[in-house]
Design a protein around this ligand. Structure first.
Ligand code: OSB
Ligand code: MG
Length: 375
């Protein structure tokens, strides 16, 4: 596939409500968008790196830098070596970027844009390419840390009212047992409920975390440090609540290690965190072969990233509701036509590629900078 050039576009999207986690508070989502232009089609990729390196080491400006200096030029070198246009697909892009260590979120954005261009050119949807097994997916919502339990209960009530089928509460030391108990008491035992600590605890907190066992949670997500699979395996033996890993899983190799060590029994699959949709699918396949449930995580994506996530979440091993919320949970105005919940589900797009495109006027309104890199 011949690539004419790549556009890097920095956008700033105000969130409808501040999103507080154990690592910080987000009020505006700053996003790097990648647009790959070919003679036949153009493709979009959304980089999920956040403005500051708090969730992981990547951050938006760093991602833009590595894309511009290393990853995009690597694509051009690779393309020049290929005689057969048909061979230039997402796997080729993945191989071309492989010599550069890390920067998985940046790689994922470029790989997604290449894949989108390729799929749009041949009229195939992301869902069909990835192997989606259904046409709609059940949706959960991730609820940030709040100033008070009554405020939290109001927020959760609103989401339940909207139809979300699963609630995830962000927790941190000082905001864990009490909010979980309050939500359980108010909404009953049937509510699918889970928590996410974003690595805020240590193994010394095991006894405290075990108090969460009383509330019938689906899982506790990333209680301990990103790089500590061994401690997570120890913790798993001390809790009845299943452990799910997010930050710790950067690749299929990490997932394999976590499974064999017993560090988790559920995996949150975020395509950005693992370097793209191809690696995300490998993790799905691996977990499915081991009987480990997966679900699709989120990074407050715009409609572009959401479209691809919803397609991924339709694969057969995604047996738990994902953090694939409707556009309105994040943004008053999305850059694509909005994803709207229907009976707690989102519909998997069926159009070519991502199946959605940015609305030019809306995109322009939120654009901070653009940069064109010819190949
Ligand atoms: O840990 O899952 C996380 C958002 C940003 C960074 C990390 C996380 C999250 C969420 C929100 O929990 C998921 C979403 O709704 O997109
Ligand atoms: Mg998480």
């Amino acid at each position: 596939m011949k690539i004419t050039g790549v556009e890097l576009r920095r956008i700033a999207m105000p969130l409808v409500t501040p999103f507080r986690t154990s690592f910080g508070t987000e009020t505006t989502r700053e996003v790097v968008l990648v647009r790959v232009v070919t003679p036949d089609a153009e493709g979009w990729g959304e980089c999920v790196a956040m403005a500051e390196p708090r969730y992981s080491s990547e951050y938006a400006d760093g991602a833009a830098d590595v894309l511009r200096r290393f990853l995009i030029p690597a694509l051009s070198r690779y393309a020049a070596e290929l005689a057969e246009p048909a061979e230039f697909d997402a796997q080729a892009a993945e191989r071309a970027m492989e010599p550069f260590k890390g920067h998985r979120m940046a790689k994922a954005a470029l790989e997604t844009a290449v894949l989108d261009a390729r799929l749009r050119a041949r009229g195939e949807s992301f869902g069909s390419f990835l192997g989606a097994a259904r046409d709609r997916v059940p949706c959960g919502v991730s609820v940030g840390i709040m100033d008070s339990v009554p405020r939290l209960l109001d927020a959760v009530a609103g989401y339940v009212e909207e139809g979300y089928v699963r609630i995830k509460l962000k927790i941190e030391p000082g905001w864990d047992v009490a909010p979980v108990r309050a939500v359980r008491e108010r909404f009953g035992d049937d509510l699918l409920l889970q928590v996410d600590a974003n690595a805020a605890y240590g193994l010394a907190d095991a006894h405290h975390l075990a108090r969460l066992d009383a509330f019938g949670l689906l899982l506790v997500e990333q209680p301990l440090a990103d790089d500590d699979l061994v401690q997570h395996a120890r913790l798993a033996k001390l809790l009845r609540t299943p452990i799910c890993l997010d930050e710790s899983i950067g690749s299929a190799a990490h997932a394999a290690a976590a499974i064999s060590l017993g560090s988790c029994s559920i995996v949150n699959v975020k395509p950005g965190r693992v370097g793209g949709y191809l690696e995300a699918r490998r993790i799905h396949d691996l977990c499915r072969a081991h009987g480990v449930a997966v679900w699709c995580g989120g990074m407050l994506e715009t409609g572009l990233g959401r479209a691809a996530n919803v397609a991924l979440a339709a694969l057969p091993g995604f047996t738990l509701p994902g953090d694939t919320s409707g556009s309105g949970r994040y943004y008053a105005t999305d850059i694509t036509p909005p994803f709207v919940l229907d009976g707690g589900h989102l519909t998997v797009p069926t159009g070519p590629g991502l199946g959605v495109s940015p609305v030019p006027e809306i995109l322009d309104e939120v654009t901070v900078t653009t940069e064109w890199i010819p190949l």
